[in-house]
Design a protein. Structure first.
Length: 420
């Protein structure tokens, strides 16, 4: 029986596994490393976050993005976006150097048992563990506007479904949304010769400012400090104080998680979307399949209606992490989880859910720990805090066989040992 199963091998899963391995836990990490970055983002995209805010987390802080770039003759500079392909390769490099070998099988189900949990892999093997952490990223939570649901994937897809936009060359595509995913997708489509338009509910697009220099006079830094989520004291609080954020009243936390750092485009994509047709202040109310594509009916806030036909719709409409979408949990385990008012799971100070031994991370915890959990930057706080919680949980659980509960670095056998 393992001490910990990490389900998911993206930035959060790898960071948690790195801390768990260093703490001497007997762990197994499952999932395809950096899968969403490698297979669900089109080539040519860039990270919106600053390079220094995009590090995966190991306990010693050695395996940073800038260190990886240095090994490849690249430089990770402030205010210079990093290609997604580079970041994905960095994640694989991090995994090779800081965690046990990743089991690339996907987990199809997790069931609670009296002594812990059983996880079933995609090929039917059952793995047992005292604790489990879900680091499943954002893909299970893709949000599709209700008028578009039910249409065939040949006509409507979510922006996270694409690693290659080449299939849309020479076609007519409509992108729904006004955030970075929508605007960068539209820019990439336009640059390859696709006729593309953006439909967004907002009356105008919002753009992030060019970040100020990394080194500034102290009084400028004091007025608008840098943070992993952008400049300003509010962003600094969200980025650097998730433990304090958790102490806010639940309605406040949920409201901030839903609205803070709302849809906005990066400053470096602004010029690239100038050729793109924009239909702002409109919301899609009806979508139906027609010969050759989709007909969309939209309405503005003033009641003006529009109708347009397009060959394909890409919904860049974000993600909503709620308990009911955790399909890999057994129905009984899913029903046992306490939730917040927005339907996301409630978690304690160590990222433990209301079911003892089941830990959560990433977007699932944004309503508890704040907007930083929507970004790679949040992995650093999460990994250290969550692994401390796992160790505390293991201390309250009975040992199995002759394997002692790990108490810290150097206190157990090698963390790569096979389970009993």
């Amino acid at each position: 029986m393992y001490d910990l199963l990490v389900v998911g091998a993206g930035p959060y899963g790898l960071s948690i596994a790195s801390h768990a391995a260093a703490a001497g836990l007997n762990l197994r990490i499952l999932g395809r490393p950096m899968a969403s970055w490698r297979a669900h983002m089109p080539r040519g995209m860039f990270l919106k976050s600053e390079p220094w805010a995009s590090n995966l987390a190991d306990p010693d802080g050695r395996w940073r993005l800038d260190a990886y770039c240095a090994t490849r003759g690249l430089v990770a500079r402030h205010a210079e976006p990093i290609p997604v392909e580079t970041f994905a390769a960095y994640g694989l490099w991090f995994a090779r150097n800081t965690v046990p070998e990743v089991d690339e099988r996907m987990v199809s189900g997790v069931v609670a048992r009296p002594a812990g949990f059983e996880a079933v892999t995609e090929d039917g093997e059952v793995l047992r563990a005292r604790t489990v952490v879900l680091a499943v990223g954002v893909l299970p939570f893709a949000q599709m506007p209700s008028p578009l649901r039910g249409l065939h994937p040949a006509l409507v897809t979510h922006s996270s479904h694409h690693s290659d936009l080449g299939r849309f060359r020479g076609k007519d595509v409509t992108v729904i949304g006004g955030g970075q995913a929508a605007l960068e997708t539209a820019a990439l489509l336009a640059e390859q010769g696709t006729r593309v338009r953006v439909v967004a509910r907002a009356d105008r697009l919002r753009w992030n400012d060019v970040p100020p220099p990394a080194q500034r006079p102290w009084w400028r830094s004091a007025r608008t400090p840098h943070s992993g989520l952008g400049c300003g004291w509010r962003n600094w609080f969200y980025a650097e104080c998730p433990d304090l954020f958790r102490r806010l009243p639940e309605p406040t936390r949920v409201g901030i998680a839903a609205t803070a750092l709302g849809p906005a485009g990066a400053w470096w994509v602004r010029d690239r979307v100038e050729p793109v047709e924009m239909l702002l202040g409109h919301e899609v109310t009806v979508a139906r399949a027609v010969p050759g594509g989709v007909r969309l009916e939209t309405v503005s806030r003033t009641g003006e209606t529009r109708s347009l036909e397009t060959e394909h719709v890409i919904a860049a409409t974000g993600f909503r992490a709620t308990v009911d979408r955790l399909g890999l949990l057994s129905p009984e385990l899913r029903r046992s989880l306490a939730t917040t008012t927005d339907g996301s799971p409630a978690v304690g100070r160590d990222f433990e859910s209301s079911h003892p031994g089941l830990f959560l991370s990433g977007l699932l915890t944004a309503s508890a720990f704040g907007p930083s959990m929507r970004f790679v930057h949040g992995a650093t706080f999460t990994a250290a805090t969550l692994v401390r919680g796992v160790r505390r949980r293991l201390l309250t659980a009975p040992t199995v066989g002759k394997v002692p509960v790990p108490l810290g670095r150097g206190r157990t056998a090698a963390p790569w040992k096979t389970p009993l």
